[in-house]
Design a protein around this ligand. Structure first.
Ligand code: PGA
Length: 247
Protein backbone atom coordinates (compact mmCIF):
# COMPACT_ATOMS: atom_id res chain seq x y z
CA UNK A 1 0.00 0.00 0.00
CA UNK A 2 1.19 3.48 -0.84
CA UNK A 3 -0.09 6.33 1.30
CA UNK A 4 0.25 9.97 0.34
CA UNK A 5 -0.70 12.67 2.81
CA UNK A 6 -1.14 16.05 1.18
CA UNK A 7 -1.46 19.38 2.93
CA UNK A 8 -4.99 20.16 1.79
CA UNK A 9 -7.79 19.23 -0.60
CA UNK A 10 -6.27 21.20 -3.48
CA UNK A 11 -2.94 19.35 -3.21
CA UNK A 12 -4.67 16.01 -2.68
CA UNK A 13 -6.54 16.56 -5.95
CA UNK A 14 -3.35 17.55 -7.78
CA UNK A 15 -1.56 14.48 -6.45
CA UNK A 16 -4.42 12.24 -7.55
CA UNK A 17 -4.25 13.77 -11.04
CA UNK A 18 -0.49 13.31 -11.20
CA UNK A 19 -0.67 9.67 -10.14
CA UNK A 20 -3.63 8.99 -12.41
CA UNK A 21 -1.89 10.56 -15.42
CA UNK A 22 1.16 8.37 -14.83
CA UNK A 23 -1.01 5.29 -14.62
CA UNK A 24 -2.78 6.24 -17.85
CA UNK A 25 0.55 6.78 -19.59
CA UNK A 26 1.71 3.32 -18.51
CA UNK A 27 -1.02 2.08 -20.91
CA UNK A 28 -1.81 -0.72 -18.49
CA UNK A 29 -5.33 0.46 -17.79
CA UNK A 30 -8.39 0.40 -20.01
CA UNK A 31 -11.43 -0.13 -17.82
CA UNK A 32 -11.72 2.35 -14.99
CA UNK A 33 -14.46 2.73 -12.37
CA UNK A 34 -15.20 6.32 -11.40
CA UNK A 35 -16.93 7.64 -8.27
CA UNK A 36 -19.21 10.56 -7.57
CA UNK A 37 -19.37 12.62 -4.37
CA UNK A 38 -17.67 15.80 -3.20
CA UNK A 39 -14.20 14.30 -2.85
CA UNK A 40 -13.35 13.76 -6.55
CA UNK A 41 -14.86 17.03 -7.82
CA UNK A 42 -11.59 18.94 -8.00
CA UNK A 43 -9.79 15.87 -9.31
CA UNK A 44 -12.24 15.81 -12.23
CA UNK A 45 -11.94 19.56 -12.77
CA UNK A 46 -8.18 19.27 -12.96
CA UNK A 47 -8.37 16.30 -15.34
CA UNK A 48 -10.70 18.24 -17.62
CA UNK A 49 -8.31 21.24 -17.57
CA UNK A 50 -5.40 18.98 -18.51
CA UNK A 51 -7.47 17.43 -21.27
CA UNK A 52 -8.37 20.85 -22.70
CA UNK A 53 -4.67 21.69 -22.79
CA UNK A 54 -4.05 18.47 -24.73
CA UNK A 55 -1.96 17.00 -21.93
CA UNK A 56 -3.98 13.88 -21.21
CA UNK A 57 -5.73 11.42 -23.46
CA UNK A 58 -8.64 9.15 -22.54
CA UNK A 59 -9.24 7.73 -26.00
CA UNK A 60 -8.30 4.19 -24.94
CA UNK A 61 -10.25 4.33 -21.70
CA UNK A 62 -13.67 2.93 -20.89
CA UNK A 63 -15.27 4.67 -17.93
CA UNK A 64 -17.66 2.83 -15.60
CA UNK A 65 -19.78 4.75 -13.14
CA UNK A 66 -19.77 2.93 -9.81
CA UNK A 67 -23.29 3.50 -8.55
CA UNK A 68 -26.63 5.23 -9.00
CA UNK A 69 -29.72 5.95 -6.92
CA UNK A 70 -32.79 3.80 -7.53
CA UNK A 71 -35.24 4.70 -8.85
CA UNK A 72 -33.65 7.61 -10.65
CA UNK A 73 -34.01 9.17 -14.08
CA UNK A 74 -30.70 9.39 -15.91
CA UNK A 75 -31.11 13.06 -16.73
CA UNK A 76 -32.28 14.15 -13.26
CA UNK A 77 -29.89 16.67 -11.75
CA UNK A 78 -29.71 14.46 -8.68
CA UNK A 79 -28.59 11.38 -10.59
CA UNK A 80 -25.04 10.17 -10.47
CA UNK A 81 -25.28 9.80 -14.25
CA UNK A 82 -25.85 13.55 -14.44
CA UNK A 83 -22.97 14.24 -12.04
CA UNK A 84 -20.44 12.08 -13.85
CA UNK A 85 -21.52 13.30 -17.26
CA UNK A 86 -21.29 16.97 -16.27
CA UNK A 87 -18.14 16.70 -14.20
CA UNK A 88 -16.18 14.32 -16.38
CA UNK A 89 -17.58 11.81 -18.89
CA UNK A 90 -19.02 14.34 -21.35
CA UNK A 91 -16.07 16.72 -21.05
CA UNK A 92 -13.23 14.44 -22.14
CA UNK A 93 -12.56 11.95 -24.95
CA UNK A 94 -13.34 8.67 -23.22
CA UNK A 95 -13.62 5.78 -25.65
CA UNK A 96 -16.69 4.33 -23.92
CA UNK A 97 -18.89 5.36 -20.99
CA UNK A 98 -20.99 2.97 -19.00
CA UNK A 99 -23.32 3.39 -16.08
CA UNK A 100 -26.14 1.75 -14.19
CA UNK A 101 -29.56 2.96 -15.28
CA UNK A 102 -31.67 3.81 -12.25
CA UNK A 103 -34.79 4.14 -14.38
CA UNK A 104 -34.86 0.52 -15.54
CA UNK A 105 -37.81 -0.98 -13.67
CA UNK A 106 -36.22 -4.40 -14.05
CA UNK A 107 -33.36 -3.74 -11.66
CA UNK A 108 -32.40 -7.42 -11.57
CA UNK A 109 -31.63 -7.49 -15.27
CA UNK A 110 -30.00 -4.02 -15.03
CA UNK A 111 -27.59 -5.32 -12.40
CA UNK A 112 -26.98 -8.58 -14.24
CA UNK A 113 -26.21 -6.74 -17.48
CA UNK A 114 -23.74 -4.40 -15.76
CA UNK A 115 -22.03 -7.31 -14.02
CA UNK A 116 -21.80 -9.22 -17.31
CA UNK A 117 -20.58 -6.14 -19.16
CA UNK A 118 -17.73 -5.66 -16.68
CA UNK A 119 -16.84 -9.34 -17.05
CA UNK A 120 -17.06 -9.23 -20.85
CA UNK A 121 -14.72 -6.24 -20.90
CA UNK A 122 -12.20 -8.24 -18.89
CA UNK A 123 -12.87 -6.72 -15.45
CA UNK A 124 -11.76 -3.39 -14.07
CA UNK A 125 -8.14 -2.34 -14.40
CA UNK A 126 -8.60 0.41 -11.88
CA UNK A 127 -11.18 1.74 -9.42
CA UNK A 128 -11.04 5.24 -8.03
CA UNK A 129 -12.97 5.51 -4.78
CA UNK A 130 -14.02 7.83 -2.01
CA UNK A 131 -14.87 6.66 1.49
CA UNK A 132 -18.31 7.17 2.96
CA UNK A 133 -18.45 8.56 6.46
CA UNK A 134 -19.87 5.20 7.50
CA UNK A 135 -17.09 3.33 5.68
CA UNK A 136 -19.02 2.47 2.53
CA UNK A 137 -17.36 2.14 -0.87
CA UNK A 138 -19.59 2.82 -3.83
CA UNK A 139 -22.95 2.21 -2.21
CA UNK A 140 -21.75 -0.91 -0.45
CA UNK A 141 -23.05 -0.03 2.98
CA UNK A 142 -21.89 -1.54 6.29
CA UNK A 143 -23.06 -5.14 6.42
CA UNK A 144 -22.42 -5.74 2.70
CA UNK A 145 -21.07 -9.17 1.86
CA UNK A 146 -17.43 -8.98 0.92
CA UNK A 147 -18.17 -11.04 -2.19
CA UNK A 148 -21.23 -8.98 -3.13
CA UNK A 149 -21.85 -8.30 -6.82
CA UNK A 150 -23.65 -5.55 -8.74
CA UNK A 151 -27.01 -5.26 -7.02
CA UNK A 152 -29.82 -3.20 -5.52
CA UNK A 153 -29.07 -2.00 -1.98
CA UNK A 154 -31.02 -0.23 0.71
CA UNK A 155 -29.19 2.87 1.89
CA UNK A 156 -28.44 3.42 5.57
CA UNK A 157 -29.92 6.42 7.34
CA UNK A 158 -26.37 7.78 7.84
CA UNK A 159 -25.90 7.89 4.06
CA UNK A 160 -29.36 9.31 3.42
CA UNK A 161 -28.83 12.07 5.99
CA UNK A 162 -25.51 13.09 4.47
CA UNK A 163 -26.66 12.87 0.87
CA UNK A 164 -29.92 14.68 1.48
CA UNK A 165 -27.96 17.93 1.72
CA UNK A 166 -26.71 17.44 -1.86
CA UNK A 167 -30.11 16.39 -3.15
CA UNK A 168 -32.35 18.90 -4.91
CA UNK A 169 -35.72 17.37 -5.79
CA UNK A 170 -38.28 15.55 -3.66
CA UNK A 171 -37.50 12.82 -1.16
CA UNK A 172 -34.14 11.13 -1.65
CA UNK A 173 -34.42 7.49 -2.88
CA UNK A 174 -33.84 4.88 -0.18
CA UNK A 175 -32.33 2.48 -2.69
CA UNK A 176 -29.39 2.41 -5.06
CA UNK A 177 -27.68 0.21 -7.63
CA UNK A 178 -24.00 -0.34 -7.03
CA UNK A 179 -21.02 -2.35 -8.17
CA UNK A 180 -20.37 -4.92 -5.46
CA UNK A 181 -17.34 -5.19 -3.25
CA UNK A 182 -16.31 -8.13 -5.45
CA UNK A 183 -16.17 -6.04 -8.66
CA UNK A 184 -14.32 -3.26 -6.83
CA UNK A 185 -11.83 -5.51 -5.08
CA UNK A 186 -11.08 -7.38 -8.31
CA UNK A 187 -9.91 -4.14 -9.95
CA UNK A 188 -6.19 -4.50 -10.62
CA UNK A 189 -5.48 -1.15 -8.98
CA UNK A 190 -7.30 0.99 -6.49
CA UNK A 191 -6.93 4.70 -5.80
CA UNK A 192 -8.68 5.71 -2.59
CA UNK A 193 -9.27 9.39 -1.82
CA UNK A 194 -10.34 10.99 1.46
CA UNK A 195 -10.50 14.62 2.44
CA UNK A 196 -11.48 16.42 5.60
CA UNK A 197 -11.81 15.76 9.30
CA UNK A 198 -15.15 14.01 8.87
CA UNK A 199 -13.25 11.15 7.20
CA UNK A 200 -10.45 10.89 9.75
CA UNK A 201 -12.05 8.17 11.87
CA UNK A 202 -12.85 6.03 8.87
CA UNK A 203 -9.30 6.47 7.56
CA UNK A 204 -8.00 5.40 10.95
CA UNK A 205 -10.32 2.37 11.00
CA UNK A 206 -9.38 1.49 7.45
CA UNK A 207 -5.71 1.31 8.40
CA UNK A 208 -6.00 -0.08 11.90
CA UNK A 209 -9.36 -1.63 12.57
CA UNK A 210 -10.55 -5.16 11.92
CA UNK A 211 -11.29 -6.18 8.36
CA UNK A 212 -14.98 -6.60 8.57
CA UNK A 213 -18.18 -6.20 6.61
CA UNK A 214 -19.17 -3.59 9.17
CA UNK A 215 -16.61 -1.36 7.49
CA UNK A 216 -16.64 -2.21 3.76
CA UNK A 217 -13.59 -0.05 2.99
CA UNK A 218 -11.52 -2.21 5.38
CA UNK A 219 -11.34 -5.05 2.85
CA UNK A 220 -9.27 -2.84 0.56
CA UNK A 221 -6.41 -3.14 3.02
CA UNK A 222 -5.90 -6.61 1.56
CA UNK A 223 -5.69 -5.29 -1.98
CA UNK A 224 -2.30 -5.93 -3.60
CA UNK A 225 -2.11 -2.61 -5.47
CA UNK A 226 -3.77 0.23 -3.62
CA UNK A 227 -2.72 3.82 -3.22
CA UNK A 228 -4.38 6.06 -0.70
CA UNK A 229 -4.31 9.82 -1.16
CA UNK A 230 -5.61 11.86 1.74
CA UNK A 231 -5.23 15.34 3.13
CA UNK A 232 -3.90 16.29 6.54
CA UNK A 233 -7.34 16.69 8.02
CA UNK A 234 -8.35 13.18 7.00
CA UNK A 235 -4.99 11.95 8.33
CA UNK A 236 -5.21 13.70 11.65
CA UNK A 237 -5.62 10.47 13.66
CA UNK A 238 -2.95 8.49 11.84
CA UNK A 239 -0.15 10.96 11.14
CA UNK A 240 2.00 9.69 13.99
CA UNK A 241 1.50 6.04 13.17
CA UNK A 242 1.94 6.31 9.44
CA UNK A 243 5.70 6.48 9.62
CA UNK A 244 5.63 3.12 11.37
CA UNK A 245 3.53 1.68 8.59
CA UNK A 246 5.82 2.96 5.87
CA UNK A 247 9.07 2.01 7.60
P1 PGA B 1 -18.06 12.27 -0.51
O1 PGA B 1 -18.73 10.84 -0.60
O2 PGA B 1 -16.93 12.28 -1.46
O3 PGA B 1 -19.16 13.22 -0.91
O4 PGA B 1 -17.63 12.46 0.91
C1 PGA B 1 -17.93 9.71 -0.53
C2 PGA B 1 -18.80 8.50 -0.52
O5 PGA B 1 -19.92 8.55 0.02
O6 PGA B 1 -18.36 7.46 -1.05
Amino acid sequence: MKIFIEKNYELLSSKAVLRFKKILESKKVKNIAFPTGNTPKLFYRKLVELYKKGKIDFSKISGFLIDEYYPMKKDSKDSFNYYISNNFFALVNLKEKYSLNGSNLDFISECRSYKELIEKKGGLDMAILGIGENGHIGFNEPGSELNSRVRLVELKNTTLDLNRAKYEAGPIPRYALTMGIYEIFRAKRIMLLASGKSKSERVWDFLNGPISRDLPVSVLRLHPDIEVIIDKEAAVLIEDKIMNLIN
